[in-house]
Design a protein around this ligand. Structure first.
Ligand code: ZN
Length: 423
């Protein structure tokens, strides 16, 4: 049966008497048909109302083929039967959605007046709302002007008038968008003298009740501009959250809350500078560690050797000499720094490995050398993965015993273990 729409006239949390005329079971839901309802069914970009029917919470309200379907859970639906029903509306949610909806009409109308560009689609969300404006771009200045224009209309407390007319009369209004087809009655929502839009949603009596509107941003979307906005109490909650956040930054940086932006930029600059300095220090430290390592292995190239070094340098030509190295306390990342520094000081092959990560990395700087054949066969034989070029190769194993077997199988001159991270 056709349900009488009582939702335009009832927006409070006061109990409302109606009758359940039909109860249907649909999967894990129960669908209720009422003789009249205060619950707005989702449509026209506005979400469905929430509330209760005889204390059972509504999950959804939909309009299908002229029927208004009230959905509740199948389990709780078992407690409901045909007969008298008490409906209670979630008035706070209704008020919020109504505020957002009237604000959307006002914003779309204001942007149209400012730019001549129409709103093509809209979405009222639980947290933020969007309109898609048929303009490839809207400047920051235009968006600020739109906010100001909306604020002027809010302060003027312009009446919102609902016109019900037959479809052939809808053309008498300067409509912002085309009316829906196949309707017996067209509902035109007018923000007096400002905006005329066919709409089935719920609306405020006047624009003053919007309170405030803020545009949160605009982005390009399918050749149009998607404008995100909030209105009413959502602006207060947003402002509160921003203020709290601003005060945290303000206290941490010891600047007034209005100057936190520049203070953060300065801090980021400083952090970048420090990061650069740390990188340089790390490189210098890695260079020092690399020299220690090569002294220990006695494989420093002659021009890098100290004059009091006892042993002759390892010859560069001929077969590649392989040394395995592991710093037990280091991450592979730190060993890579040392490896890169050491690579400049010797032409031997250095194979760094980490038991923490079951990884290895090899470096060589001997001219025309290609270290890949040293590793590839062994790697495959021991279930490892890896790759690289002629002078750098790295790989990993899933188990430590595979890494150990791999290292032991390398034809190397010496293991250069360093005892601690500090050495
Ligand atoms: Zn609307």
């Amino acid at each position: 049966m056709k349900t009488t729409a009582g939702y335009y006239d009832h927006a409070s949390a006061d109990p409302y008497a109606a009758n359940i005329v039909e109860v249907r079971s649909e999967g894990d839901k129960t669908v209720l048909i009422l003789d009249k309802t205060i619950f707005y069914p989702e449509g026209g970009g506005q979400g469905a109302d929430w509330g209760t029917i005889n204390g059972v919470p509504l999950l959804d309200v939909q309009e299908k083929e002229g029927e208004i379907l009230h959905l509740v859970s199948g389990k709780e639906g078992k407690t409901l039967a045909v007969g008298k029903a008490e409906l209670i509306l979630d008035a706070a949610r209704r008020r919020d959605l109504t505020v957002q909806h009237t604000a959307q009409h006002l914003l779309s109308g204001t942007i149209l007046k400012l730019t001549g560009k129409y709103t093509v689609s809209m979405h009222l969300g639980e947290e933020t709302n969007t309109i898609d404006v048929d303009a490839p771009e809207l400047s920051d200045e235009t968006l600020l002007q739109a906010e100001d224009g909306v604020m002027d209309a809010i302060e003027a407390d312009t009446p919102v008038i609902i016109h019900l007319c037959p479809p052939e009369k809808a053309g008498d209004f300067p409509l912002r968008k085309a009316p829906p087809q196949g309707e017996e009655v067209i509902r035109v929502v007018e923000i007096k003298g400002n905006d005329f839009s066919p709409c089935c949603g719920t609306h405020l009596r006047s624009t003053g009740l919007i309170g405030m509107l803020r545009i949160l941003g605009a982005e390009k979307y399918k050749g149009m501009t998607r404008v995100t906005f909030i209105a009413g109490k959502r602006v207060l909650l947003d402002s509160r959250a921003l203020r709290q956040n601003g005060e945290i930054i303000s206290r941490a940086l010891k600047v007034p809350v209005t100057e936190t932006g520049n203070a953060v930029l300065n801090l980021v600059d400083k952090a970048n500078q420090l990061e650069k300095e740390i990188k340089e220090l790390k490189e210098a430290a890695a260079h020092g560690k690399a020299r220690n390592l090569l002294h220990k292995a006695r494989i420093l190239n002659s021009r890098e050797r100290d004059t009091n070094e006892e042993r002759p340098p390892v010859p560069v030509s001929g077969e590649l000499e392989v040394y395995t190295v592991s710093y037990p306390d280091y991450e592979m990342e730190d060993m890579l720094h040392i490896g890169r520094a050491a690579q400049k000081l010797t032409s031997a092959v250095l194979v760094f490995f980490s038991h923490r990560e079951n990884k290895f990395a090899a470096f060589c700087s001997a001219p025309d050398a290609d270290i890949r054949p040293l590793f590839k066969g062994f790697l495959e034989a021991h279930g490892g993965r890896g790759g690289g070029g002629p002078s750098f190769f790295q790989g990993s194993f899933t188990a430590q015993e595979n890494l150990d077997a791999f290292i032991a199988s390398l034809p190397h001159e010496a293991d250069v273990f360093t005892g601690t991270a500090k050495s």
